[in-house]
Design a protein. Structure first.
Length: 456
């Protein structure tokens, strides 16, 4: 294949990719969170958009899958030449809530170009991944055809961790079977440095509620003797970290050392936008802490807001706590440990109840496989002068372990558009169009070289 011509084709397809990404970003496809702000019709519209796009690209079997958590995933199949391997391409169309929409410099569901990047919720995570797959396939069709059979699966509830697609795949194990699986939901270590992800942290998410009184009490009349549920919750949450900020859940095994790509502290501080004078938390290298160690985060609290607060002793308080888990940990065991920790560290005999809000297992890929070698060649062509790097990822993609268990002989690769500047899950999320172009080209070239290697 003429790689220069393929690269030129991808470049020529980029304006179309931008137009279509704008259409896809416009859907407020936040799943299962707040039906009034984010009605299911928005997710359904995004799913139908993807269905129409796959049908237009010649996929012969396109379906909307009703998954057990009440959301929909989109499946499509494009047959390749006789005897060709099958490659499954994954992305998700559901997105995180936009948080404070007033903090966005442009509307979160309106793709906006600024300073050489395209801004919008889901632009990188992971509606951009959908366009990466589509652009790669279109480029191949204009350069002799797609040399493999392709299955596409676009999930509708990945961000919520409710497991709908995992359960559906387990109930229909033949549907997603493939020789190689490309997960388009991670990202390069930095813009311009081609990176594959070797590990994903798993997670468990629990809501912990503290109850101390039958109702709120006047703090002047009862404060000082009446147990304060909010104060009790603060003590419980504080017990989850050591003095240096390290995660200290009772009975949870500590982290290990990361032996792949290093993450300099100065680079991390810049990527994370840590304020001057504020220290990083934890011990070990940055890579040890974010890719190879457990990490607890309080991600939300049900407590009175400062505005409108009354001088009251609080009867009840609650928090949502996320615990990220590196490979080697089991999410069910971690859930038990975290639950027991909450109960053991509750002061004054307050009542503690917990509720699971989702979980996922950690994942480790085999980066020595033939598919990774083909990807290394493709990335070398897409990023001249750079070699493929291997990094970890602190996030969780629960489907990865399900696919690894269902198809133990399949090779699983993880690439994507969520590099640090993308600020996924935060306000002002964006995608680099240069990264979209390079990775679409790399994926197209990978599919070509992977098919050629299998034929040999």
């Amino acid at each position: 294949m003429d790689t220069d011509r393929l690269a030129g084709t991808v470049a020529g397809l980029l304006p179309r990719a931008r137009t279509e990404l704008a259409e896809l970003v416009s859907f407020r496809s936040v799943a299962l969170i707040d039906p009034e702000r984010f009605p299911a019709t928005e997710s359904d519209a995004a799913a139908r958009w993807i269905t129409d796009a796959l049908t237009a690209e010649g996929f012969t079997d396109v379906r909307l899958l009703d998954t057990p958590d009440g959301t929909r995933s989109v499946y499509g199949y494009l047959p390749g030449p006789a005897g060709a391997p099958t490659v499954l391409l994954y992305a998700h169309y559901d997105v995180q809530p936009p948080l404070d929409e007033s903090a966005w410099l442009s509307p979160p569901f309106e793709l906006t170009e600024r300073d050489g990047r395209w801004y919008g919720r889901g632009a990188a995570d992971c509606k951009g991944g959908v366009l990466m797959h589509l652009t790669a396939l279109r480029a191949l069709r204009e350069n002799g055809g797609v040399p493999v059979s392709v299955k596409v699966i676009v999930e509708g509830s990945e961000e919520q961790g409710t497991g709908g697609l995992q359960q559906y795949a387990e109930q229909h194990p033949e549907l997603l079977a493939a020789d190689t699986i490309v997960i388009g939901d991670v990202g390069n270590f930095r813009v311009g440095l081609p990176t594959v992800t070797a590990t994903l942290r798993g997670m468990t998410m629990l809501r912990v509620q503290v109850d101390a009184l039958a109702g709120n009490l006047h703090s002047g009349q009862f404060g000082g003797a009446a147990p304060d549920a909010l104060a009790a919750l603060i003590r419980i949450l504080d017990s989850l970290r050591g003095p240096d900020g390290s995660t200290t859940v009772d009975g949870l095994a500590p982290g290990s050392r990361w032996d792949g790509l290093a993450y300099p502290e100065e680079t991390f501080r810049r990527d994370a936008k840590v304020l001057d004078g504020v220290e990083l938390i934890g011990t070990g290298s940055v890579a040890d802490r974010i890719w190879a160690s457990p990490a607890v985060t309080v991600i939300g609290m049900d407590v009175p807001s400062v505005a409108g607060a009354t001088p009251s002793v609080q009867a009840t308080a609650a928090a949502l706590v996320s615990l990220r888990l590196p490979p080697g940990h089991d999410s069910a065991e971690a859930t038990e440990r975290l639950t027991a920790h909450f109960e053991a560290h509750a002061p004054w005999g307050v009542k503690v109840t917990t509720e699971s809000y989702g979980s996922g297992e950690p994942f480790r890929a085999d980066v020595t496989s033939p598919a990774y070698r083909a990807m290394a060649e493709a990335l070398r062509a897409a990023y001249p002068g750079e070699e493929m790097q291997v990094a970890g990822q602190g996030g969780t993609i629960p489907l990865c372990n399900t696919l690894a268990e269902l198809y133990p002989r399949a090779e699983i690769l993880l690439i994507g558009l969520s590099e640090p500047e993308a600020q996924i899950h935060a306000v002002n999320e964006s995608v680099s169009p240069e990264e979209l172009e390079r990775l679409s080209f790399a994926e197209a070239l990978f599919l070509h070289r992977y098919a050629a290697g299998r034929a040999d």
